[in-house]
Design a protein around this ligand. Sequence first.
Ligand code: AMP
Length: 293
Amino acid sequence: MLIFHKTEDLKKQLLRERQTGKKLGFVPTMGALHDGHMELIKASRKEHDKTICSIFVNPTQFNDPTDFEKYPQTLQQDIKKLETMQCSILFLPSVEEMYPSGTALLEQFPIGSLETILEGKYRPGHFQGVCQIVDHLLTIVEPDTLYLGQKDYQQCMVLHRLLELRTYKQNTKIKIVPTLREQDGLAMSSRNIRLDTESRKTASQIYRCLLNMKSWYGKLELEEIKIKVQEDLTHHGFRVDYAEIADALTLQPIKKYDPEQHAVALIAAFINDVRLIDNLVLTDTTTDSKVSN
Ligand code: AMP
């Protein structure tokens, strides 16, 4: 695997690849890589000649400085995992490399209400930061396909919007990879490393609640479902930011059940000081519901 720290070096290499007709798949990450990330690498490898992964803990998308400071970093293990997965190229830029003029005056992207609902409401500025870094990375890498995880559902919608806004990126398409889960249903996440033994056990309740939301959808009033789930999570020691049922395409909250509407359940909650997010499409019949009890 080739490792680049400098944008210009990476661009030269990618130009060579493109000139020889290679198709490029791109997996942007913040490191502390786990098997969920590896699903994205696998998907890209299957469909492209070369897979480029980036590891960059982007300061502009952290609204909470403590979260940024505590973000796990496991670089040597990450490199080993990527090599095992036969990732072709790793881009490892510094903050100065990505933001040579600092971060104070970066572009703001018109992403509409996605910025102020759900994650946007609880993490002000977060999605502007995501757009800033992904826009920059896409300009450098110019991939044929950008691989994203469904685990960050709203981020996928935001980045769809970003691609719509950037006409010069019409050659890049997005592929969304299903969420990889631990055996007890907990969505794999870099932040899971920060859970102590007790919190780790409790954390799987989020997926159980999502499965409940799915089984109650269309049977109970939506407001009742949300209240039951909030109470359930609170009872298990979570501090809930939201437990919402939203339109799967716009992410606007659904007020009334409509069997024709494509819907998704989304949860964000703290267990101790670790914030976890997860989601489940409610109108998809393929989800395994073994964990529900
Ligand atoms: P992150 O390093 O957390 O910024 O994530 C990098 C990419 O991996 C994002 O597109 C995430 O949505 C995706 N990802 C994170 N966790 C998972 C998971 N459990 N399953 C599938 N994709 C994931």
